[in-house]
Design a protein around this ligand. Structure first.
Ligand SMILES: [Zn+2]
Length: 151
């Protein structure tokens, strides 16, 4: 059985160059949390904080990350939840589950950003340009009129 891991957290302005093990660094300014993979492999795990990425909950004493941290891009492929500074291990995801998760993620992102993208579309046909249009050079008829009527 995996021993329980207790993390500490640190609110920082910028993420430090060297990370300590079992520490979650939280940068509000950069809306990012970074920690070293909880399996002990030493890899850095970056979890951006946004409505479509991770949410961080700080209850005054501990931090929680939602959703779970799935490090399938790392050799260890560890997967765990960080809840109230404690690490809860999940069983390894199969390739199918990872792909399904990615597809769902992409779909969720499309739904999230979709309405925003359509808002920038023009609402209808653009009015014809008028005042800003450069004056047309005099045509033949204008010159003829001028000659006839002295206009
Ligand atoms: Zn790891």
């Amino acid at each position: 059985m995996t021993p329980e891991i207790v993390l500490t957290h640190r609110f920082v302005c910028a993420i430090p160059e060297v990370l300590e093990e079992r520490t979650v660094y939280v940068s509000i300014e950069f809306a990012t949390a970074v920690h070293k993979c909880c399996c002990g492999c030493g890899r850095e795990v970056v979890t951006p904080l946004s409505p479509m990425d991770w949410s961080l909950v700080f209850d005054g004493e501990t931090v929680s990350l939602d959703p779970s941290v799935g490090n399938w891009n790392l050799p260890c492929r560890s997967h765990y939840w960080i809840r109230r500074n404690r690490v809860y291990w999940a069983r390894g995801w199969s390739r199918e589950q990872i792909e399904a998760g990615r597809t769902a993620d992409a779909r969720a992102k499309a739904e999230y950003y979709g309405p925003r993208a359509t808002k920038t579309e023009p609402l209808g046909p653009q009015p014809p340009p008028t005042a800003s249009e450069p004056a047309q050079p005099d045509g033949f008829w204008d010159r003829w009129k001028r000659w006839l009527f002295g206009a």
